[in-house]
Unconditional design. Structure first.
Length: 160
């Protein structure tokens, strides 16, 4: 019956943006618990997910400016290995802000250690192997090499 679809069917049909809206509504209307992660961070995840899903070149907009997210900056202030200057520099760029949010959301929402291990393996393959294949092309581009270094440190922090 089309009037009584299982929840998983709805989740399959929703866009990621609509899923974020459902998340917001659920915690506002139906749950007495606090959101495990602020929905504003999910919007950053949506942006990087959409770029990947539509085969957009991520380094094409690597230097695109963004307003510093006070929420994300506050969360990251707890990272003792990250100076305030470095934090602000990378949170002023859309890509590194989105990537930071993606790792934070993953670490907070995903509870399966097996899933964390798979993510760690895939990220290590991406950062240690695939990105290193043609590193000579980007060696003199400080924007790309600095963003790589920052993201690499985040991955080590989240997956150690």
């Amino acid at each position: 019956n089309a009037d009584h679809l299982p929840l998983w069917v709805l989740l399959e049909m929703l866009s990621f943006g609509d899923l974020i809206n459902l998340y917001k509504i659920y915690f506002k209307v139906y749950s007495e618990r606090m959101q495990p992660i602020d929905a504003r961070l999910l919007e950053h995840v949506r942006d990087i997910r959409n770029a990947c899903a539509h085969s957009n070149c991520l380094i094409d907009n690597i230097n695109r400016p963004a307003n510093v997210s006070p929420l994300l900056s506050n969360i990251m202030s707890e990272f003792t290995w990250l100076t305030k200057t470095t934090r602000k520099r990378y949170l002023r760029r859309r890509f590194t802000q989105d990537f930071t949010s993606l790792l934070l959301v993953h670490r907070t929402l995903v509870k399966s250690e097996g899933t964390h291990m798979k993510a760690r393996t895939k990220l290590r393959n991406l950062f240690y192997k695939r990105m290193m294949r043609n590193r000579v092309y980007f060696k003199s581009n400080d924007i790309i090499t600095n963003a790589y270094s920052y993201c690499f440190k985040l991955i080590r922090y989240y997956f150690t």
